[in-house]
Write a protein that binds this ligand. Structure first.
Ligand code: G6P
Length: 616
């Protein structure tokens, strides 16, 4: 949902800003823009519709010099994705320029008020309204940039992460945030500041980062220490965090797309996710959050899980894991529904927030509400230091490294791995699992990365299979029990990147509607591995085959029965029922990927989607 980058220092700003935009492009790619203030005090602004590479072409051969600048990659909310609406925006006088991620909800009213005072607008954006409001405040009160930003922000309702430059103060960037993320990287001494929507544009330059809190305004001034205040200008003491971001994770590493790289990353990142937590030699799973919050966790009446998208599918698996092992009831809610449902939640409840980015606006609001009502919030997050991680009382990072491909893959298996370790760790504390089952579970879980490697070795086979399905208009994905959420996830992957309509369904529910859609042109993907509901799912498969549906089945190695019914099968290594999603989802990720690539689509940046949804 838009990415912003800003730089002030002694190096040329433009290459740093462009590199930062490439790293943030996963947040939106409707348009991109950059503004650099050169040594003569001239603001050079370049914009282009579409990707950052288009912007580079536009700027090529023009003056991009200067050691201070701001840049933006946009996911459109207010106004069409055209050049006029692209950021950075410029104020009426031409002195101020600003980039913004978020939504100003009262922009309409403010725009009318500013028009009445003589301001005119070049774009349809809420951002330009905020910028003109800052300029109006400066002019009316003779204020410096920082004071004008503070007063203007007090008048807006909504979400923002902004960075502003004023030609009249050429050594200053003012930035601020509310409900949209913003990090400030501190370079050497007081001479260098990197501002960005997440730490990825900062990585490689410095590992010292300050994460702003809501309604904080930061002033980066050449030669002076970082200065943070509230909107009321009260000074804020901030903490610097050391980031440990593996910069190689931010590159494709020889793969044609981030999505494929991230699919192939899964064995190694899941080992990272388990490292130091799953201790097979000691027959233990140690999660510090469980140790520190043992009483609240085992004493809870029930758990709730809130999340969106793929993370919601992981929550559906987490529910089954926790109910099976811990015998604690779990409710799963879409964060966007939960927050407006006046939920019955309070002391004694534990609310798990599951989020790759840690910035999803609905999930963040849902946990803020749960917290206000007295529940304990437990974050299961990938992005270290993100808003959801910081708003949680405790939590467990999934530690799978930055996920750049818009379609989530390794985050899903990372979330599922953490939820599995969590369920087992809580069950042991609660005494709801036998020592033998606990030890067997640890042994099985440890083997998962090796099993995923065996599935990845079938990449060429799945690629060839994908070609047979490229022209299909609809897909049905069916699974039961632990594999019902995998059916949902398989369908989501396909529709996100290939634009083929796909539905995930519990296999038995199919008889209550979707079976009417089945004919010889309808591919039906069954997850039919050897598990407790195997016989049941065979019957469901027969029902589809009898109606000439084209069955593609994910089966356990050595299965011969399904081969007699299905048109195609993909074998996966056998594993325990509770771990089955971690293997059965892998061929579905690859299938979606190869279908989309065969259709010539950009799988890393599918149309209309954004990786991090920081607006509701
Ligand atoms: C977007 C992404 C999905 C993701 C969902 C939730 O829709 O495209 O991949 O699952 O947001 O994001 P989160 O970061 O909270 O897991």
């Amino acid at each position: 949902m838009c990415g912003i980058v800003a730089y002030l220092g002694c190096r040329e700003a433009y290459p740093i800003l462009i590199r930062g935009l490439h790293r943030l492009e996963y947040r939106g790619y409707d348009s991109a823009g950059v503004a650099v203030l050169n040594d003569e005090g001239k603001l050079n602004i370049y914009k282009a519709v579409g990707k950052v590479s288009n912007l580079e072409q536009v700027a090529e051969g023009h003056d991009c010099s200067g050691t201070i600048g701001i840049a933006h990659t946009r996911w459109a909310t207010h106004g069409a994705p055209n050049e006029a609406n692209a950021h950075p925006h410029i104020s009426q006088s031409g002195d101020l320029t600003m980039v913004h991620n978020g939504i100003i909800e009262n922009a309409g009213g403010l725009r009318d008020q500013l028009k009445a005072k003589g301001f005119s607008f070049r774009s349809e954006t809420d951002t330009e309204v905020l910028l003109q409001l800052i300029e109006y405040t400066q002019q009316k009160h003779g204020a410096d940039l920082a004071s004008a930003v503070r007063s203007a922000l007090k008048k807006v309702i909504g979400a923002y992460a902004i960075a502003v430059i004023d030609r009249k103060e050429p050594g200053t960037i003012v930035a601020a945030r509310k409900s949209s993320p913003l990090a400030v990287g501190l370079g050497e001494g007081n001479s260098e500041f990197f501002i960005a929507s997440d730490a990825s544009p900062i990585a490689g330059y410095t590992n010292k980062v300050v994460y702003l809190n809501d309604e904080e305004v930061v002033v980066c001034r050449r030669g002076e220490p970082l200065y943070i205040t509230t909107l009321n200008a009260d000074k804020v003491d901030f903490r610097t965090k050391e980031i440990d971001l593996d910069v190689t994770m931010l590159d494709k590493g020889g793969f044609p797309h981030f999505m494929l790289k991230e699919i192939f990353d899964q064995p190694s990142v899941l080992r990272d996710c388990m490292r130091g937590r799953l201790l097979p030699a000691h027959h233990r799973i140690i999660l510090s959050a469980v140790t520190e919050h043992r009483e609240e966790l085992i004493g809870a009446k029930r758990y709730l899980m809130v999340s969106c998208g793929t993370s919601w599918h992981a929550a559906l698996i987490g529910k089954q894991l926790i109910e099976q092992f811990c015998r604690i009831p779990v409710e799963v809610a879409y964060a966007s529904e939960f927050r407006y449902s006046d939920p019955v939640v309070g002391p004694g409840d534990v609310v798990f927030a599951i989020s790759q980015s840690g910035e999803t606006a609905d999930t963040l609001s849902a946990i803020q509400m749960a917290s206000e009502r007295g529940a304990m919030v437990f974050g299961i997050v990938n992005a270290v230091g993100s808003s959801i991680a910081r708003a949680s009382d405790t939590g467990t990072y999934i530690h799978v490294g930055p996920e750049i491909g818009v379609a989530s893959t390794k985050a899903f298996t990372g979330q599922t791995t953490v939820l599995t370790m969590l369920a087992l760790a809580i069950a042991r504390e609660k005494g709801s699992i036998s020592e033998t089952d606990y030890n067997d579970a640890i042994t099985e879980l440890e083997q998962i990365p090796d099993k995923i490697e065996r599935i990845l070795a079938k990449n060429d086979e799945i690629k060839a299979l994908a070609k047979e399905y490229v022209d299909k208009k609809n897909f049905l994905y069916l699974g039961r029990g632990m594999n019902f959420p995998v059916a949902l996830e398989g369908a989501l992957k396909l529709k996100e990147i290939s634009y083929i309509h796909a539905e995930g369904y519990p296999a038995a529910e199919m008889k209550h509607g979707p079976i009417a859609l089945v004919d010889e042109d309808m591919p039906v993907v069954f997850i039919a591995t050897h598990h407790n509901l195997y016989e049941k799912i065979l019957s469901n498969m027969q029902e589809v085959a009898a109606r000439k549906g084209r069955v593609l089945a994910i089966v356990s190695e050595g299965d011969t029965v399904v081969k007699g019914i299905a048109e195609h099968v993909i074998e996966v290594p056998p594993t325990a029922n509770f771990l089955s999603p971690l293997v059965s989802v892998i061929p579905l990720q690859l299938l979606a990927y190869h279908i989309a690539v065969s259709k010539g689509l950009n799988v890393d940046q599918p149309r209309n989607l954004a990786k991090s949804v920081t607006v509701e």
